[in-house]
Design a protein around this ligand. Structure first.
Ligand code: CMX
Length: 425
């Protein structure tokens, strides 16, 4: 533990000093004003949170700790996690030490399997993941230690919880897969394997293991973080700011990820694509896609995988997956449908004035790749998203506790207040 603890002690001291200077120098400077439409409109664009693990400029997409995705796609989840936590990519020795730190924490308490087995068979895989994670709350180091600690040190047991969760969540997620979809006995973690390799091993899918490993590794990197304002990040950090430990706060964030406008969109997208392919007996033509898009919109539904609350360009995570697909599965019919959708859907969505971003997000493509390698149970896809996002969400919590950020508690106003505000009262 000492290496990452020492590194973060050094970093956190620096970050605190930096924040102190910013506040001293310009604490009263206005950086964001709030309009009534923003208050009624989901608080879009209000700059009211600090998140240094990553940022998402609307014309560029995800940048992790100042690094563009194109420079990170070959990294491992361990490297990305170290980067998220510290702001630095590890060298070979540091990486080996950090990976060993994660490997040694893999063992999942036995009662978690009992919890999973006791759940109704038709519970959604995300419900199973959340419940299993929450059931481990009794393991929280933070919950045991915070009473005897100073606020300055809260980040240390938060880091313990973060590393334990990141080390264990692939095993829990793989068990959800095997149990929920009747794939046979749970496969135990291999203590020598890295995060992506062990996850592939524990899922136990018969497939091209090397390519599937590369896909899962890429998947875990691409979904790892998406700044601080999205539903799962904001929820996790709000709960964590009440000093509820990471088991409480991360499972809360995952519940938000389980919504169809957020992480569940990957499940919804693949279902929609398969419905489309079923209707037209295979990869549909451009005209057939146009008709299906219109039918979906006319039914009052959204086109899953398209649009974004922040982005105004094609999601670079979509581009990274597209590159992978073109290299490894160019003739796969589901993937071909995804590529054809990309040619047609933005054109169609551009015709609808209210839609601010007609371009695809990551969920438009991720499922088609998983499907190709034999993970056909699309209700599982959000679990995979959650495994990856646990990297960013736990890193954000460690940093936030390191920065000693206070309780998150914005002010709500009444409709009466709004009416009076309009009258200038
Ligand atoms: N299909 C149909 N309508 C869409 C749309 C889409 N793909 N994207 C946006 N719209 C609609 C909105 O529903 C909204 O309609 P109302 O005013 O009638 O409610 C209107 O266009 C304006 O929306 P917006 O300002 O462009 O986008 P929002 O910030 O409100 O919403 C998002 C963003 C992602 C929820 C929305 O684009 C959407 O529902 N997309 C499909 C679901 C999806 O892919 N979600 C995954 C996002 C990434 C992630 O978190 O994983």
């Amino acid at each position: 533990m000492s290496n990452i603890l020492d590194k973060l002690s050094e970093k956190i001291a620096y970050w605190r000093k930096e924040a102190h200077e910013i506040l001293n120098k310009a604490g009263e400077k206005v950086i964001s004003e709030v309009t009534i439409s923003q208050v009624y409109g989901g608080m879009r664009d209000i700059r009211a949170l600090i998140c240094d693990t990553s940022r998402v400029p609307k014309e560029e997409g995800l940048i992790i700790r100042g690094r563009y995705l194109k420079d990170l796609v070959d990294k491992t989840p361990e490297e990305i996690y170290y980067l998220l936590l510290t702001g630095e990519l590890p060298d070979k020795n540091v990486l080996e030490n950090f990976s060993a730190e994660i490997r040694k924490r893999k063992e999942v308490p036995g009662y978690v399997w009992d919890v999973l087995k006791a759940m109704p068979g038709d519970s959604h895989p995300m419900t199973m993941l959340d419940t299993a994670l929450l059931s481990m709350q009794r393991e929280s180091v933070f919950a045991k230690e915070y009473m005897g600690l100073k606020k300055e040190d809260f980040w240390k047991p938060t880091l313990e919880d973060a590393l334990n969760i990141v080390a264990r969540i692939p095993a829990v997620a793989a068990a959800v897969y095997r149990h929920h979809f009747n794939k046979g006995e749970i496969i135990e973690p291999d203590h020598e394997m890295d995060i992506a390799g062990d996850y592939v091993h524990m899922l136990g899918i018969e497939t091209d293991k090397e390519e599937f490993y590369n896909l899962i590794k890429l998947y875990l990197v691409l979904h790892s973080d998406h700044e601080g304002g999205n539903v799962s990040a904001l929820t996790t950090q709000t709960i964590n700011s009440a000093l509820s430990d990471l088991y409480y706060s991360l499972s809360g964030g995952f519940n938000g990820l389980a919504g169809p406008l957020h992480g569940l969109a990957n499940q919804e997208t693949l279902k929609w694509i398969l419905d489309l392919m079923n209707k037209f007996n295979g990869t549909p033509s451009t005209e057939q896609i146009r008709a299906f898009v219109k039918e979906t919109i006319d039914a009052g539904k959204v086109i899953s995988g398209y649009g974004h609350a922040v982005l105004r360009v094609t999601d670079p995570r979509f581009d990274a997956f597209m590159k992978f697909g073109k290299k490894h599965l160019p003739d796969d019919p589901v993937f071909l449908t995804v590529t054809r959708l990309f040619e047609v859907v933005p054109e169609e969505l551009k015709k609808i004035e209210k839609i601010k971003n007609p371009w695809p997000n990551v969920d438009a493509i991720s499922g088609s790749l998983l499907y190709h390698y034999g993970m056909k149970e699309f209700s599982y896809y959000t679990v995979l998203f959650a495994v990856s996002r646990s990297l960013g969400l736990t890193a954000q919590a460690v940093v936030n506790r390191g920065m000693m950020f206070p309780l998150i508690r914005p002010k709500s106003v009444t409709s009466e207040f709004m009416k009076r505000a309009i009258e200038g009262k």
